[in-house]
Write a protein that binds this ligand. Sequence first.
Ligand SMILES: NC(=O)c1ccc[n+]([C@@H]2O[C@H](COP(=O)([O-])OP(=O)(O)OC[C@H]3O[C@@H](n4cnc5c(N)ncnc54)[C@H](O)[C@@H]3O)[C@@H](O)[C@H]2O)c1
Length: 271
Amino acid sequence: MSYNLLKGKKGIIFGALDEKSIAWKTALRCVQEGAEIVLTNAPVALRMGTIKELAAQCNNAPVIPADVTSNEDIERLFDQTLEHFGGGVDFILHSVGMSLNVRKGFHYTENNYDFTHKAFDISAISLHRVLATAMKKDAINEWGSVVALTYIAAQRVFPDYNDMADAKALLESIARNFGYHYGVKKKVRVNTISQSPTVTTAGSGVKGFNDFIAYAERMSPLGNATADQCADYTVTLFSDLTRMVTMQNLFHDGGFSFTGVSESVIVGMAK
Ligand SMILES: NC(=O)c1ccc[n+]([C@@H]2O[C@H](COP(=O)([O-])OP(=O)(O)OC[C@H]3O[C@@H](n4cnc5c(N)ncnc54)[C@H](O)[C@@H]3O)[C@@H](O)[C@H]2O)c1
């Protein structure tokens, strides 16, 4: 069902790899709500993934390669996007994350620091790079909205989330700090959505993910939030209905973040 919440709005979606990706679902939902979009991902992901199928379903949205760790790539992305739309954008989704320490199974206490730097650059500093480039090029329209995806491991310990926990803490801090400066300068709002564990390529890379997702389901009064529901929530943040929300970390997790323990978990342990 469409409410035309994004009618006339234009945006950039980072991070759609395959149809499980949160960014994939969000791209489709934005277009359904009347938006025009540009899709972007790392060149290697564009070769491996199926983003062309998504582009076709999004009224032949342009697909512009950009590695989020490259200033030149991000500059080119904004230049081409501004040219395509003939002006600035109204929303940006940052749905990007990667840690080689996680992928290669390194223990948190024995992380490889080259991998740690890379994880921070890709998963957190990239938000700063995107916002700084957009500000320099005046590429986001007044009252525009930027959303980045995060996880509760930024606040609480989830041992196997590894250095991504530190990356997410940095990401949330950048959203707050840049949100202040972009708000003052151009009334652009910047928020993070802290999503339930979700079965995607990035999510499934975390050790013990299947057990963990089942635990989160039992701990959350409403159950885990799906990728489709995350897309719905993101659309509301891109819409004009949430204009005064900025610099927030917004939990989208069925109540997990404020549940100490659930009856379902206690009953499960007694068995
Ligand atoms: N899946 C979960 O359980 C979960 C929960 C909370 C938050 N998140 C966050 O949601 C976001 C999207 O992840 P997802 O779960 O949809 O998985 P995904 O694997 O589909 O998406 C991650 C994306 O990051 C992109 N990426 C990696 N390195 C890049 C680079 N150098 N330049 C540009 N893009 C790059 C990948 O190509 C991929 O498209 C991530 O920030 C993730 O941490 C996921």
